[in-house]
Design a protein around this ligand. Structure first.
Ligand SMILES: [Zn+2]
Length: 283
């Protein structure tokens, strides 16, 4: 668990880019803080809804960008999962709001970062979600929250803005880089890829905001699911052939996915192979 925390904060610290905001649809804007996180802002009739909160170091810059989009205090903040680069700035950005996340996400957040969880619960109302498929009614708008049980973590939420034709995928999507896979928290690459294909099939042509990387559409997201499937299949074959973790890292070939580029020491094919090896051999 310590190593997983270290990994996530190492990812967050790797690229301290100045956050930038861009309008995606008339009512949805995306704030990109590089590898410190992606934040989606939806201007619902009931007030702004913010998806994810970046890491703590980005809090002032991200808050200024949210206020420039909409001066009202966010009505709701949705956390896609508990990693520090998604919840770190929550105590600042979600002050005075209601925070929606799956109950498993809140549990992992509390366990991994008790102080951060405590500060958030002092300034915001926490609204744990228990259903695998839920809806939030915000004024005249309805937002769909999908919880794919085990994917990138065990408490992920995918947010669908049906009228706007936009999906905020959280870390079910790393666009352009190999993903972080939180095996210690119960990540499951099979259910992850299945969830992507299922949601993409239900919402063809929707724009997809990744947890990391540039905005694309459901076709781009499905390519990422193909990468996860090839990764899992390659590692399963290596295990079947009796290979060790290191041998699998040397033998499994994922070079056909040319649009996915290794990034730093953490977000690499080699790391992915190791994590999936751990996932498939976990007792
Ligand atoms: Zn994550």
């Amino acid at each position: 668990l310590l190593s997983s925390l270290f990994t996530v904060s190492a990812i967050a610290q790797q690229q301290p880019a100045a956050p930038k905001s861009a309008r995606l649809t008339p009512r949805i804007s995306v704030i990109n803080a590089g590898f410190n996180g992606t934040i989606t802002v939806f201007q619902s009739t009931a007030g702004p809804i913010v998806v994810d909160c970046a890491d703590p170091s980005s809090a002032p810059a991200v808050q200024a960008l949210i206020r420039a989009i909409d001066q009202r205090t966010p009505t709701g903040v949705i956390l896609t999962h508990y990693h520090s680069d998604h919840v770190g700035a929550a105590a600042t950005l979600a002050a005075g709001s209601t925070v929606f996340a799956h109950e498993t996400c809140f549990a992992s957040f509390k366990k991994q970062n008790p102080a951060g969880y405590e500060s958030l619960s002092k300034v915001a109302r926490l609204a744990p979600q228990t259903a695998d498929d839920g809806k939030l009614d915000m004024g005249e708008d309805s937002i769909r929250l999908i919880h794919p049980t085990h994917a990138h973590s065990s408490g992920d939420t995918v947010v669908v803005f049906e009228k706007e034709k936009v999906i905020a995928a959280g870390d079910l999507f790393f666009n352009g880089v190999p993903p972080y896979i939180d095996v210690a928290d119960g990540a499951n690459t099979q259910l992850w890829a299945d969830a992507i294909d299922r949601i993409a099939q239900q919402y063809p042509g929707f724009k997809v905001v990744p947890g990391h990387g540039p905005v694309t559409d459901t076709e781009g997201w499905k390519q990422f699911a193909s990468y996860l499937r090839a990764l899992r299949q390659g590692v399963a074959e290596a295990i079947k052939a009796g290979q060790t973790r290191e041998q699998a890292q040397a033998s499994v070939n994922l070079e056909q996915f040319t649009s996915i580029k290794d990034y730093g020491n953490m977000l690499t094919r080699k790391a992915n192979i190791g994590w999936v090896y751990d996932e498939l051999t976990k007792k």
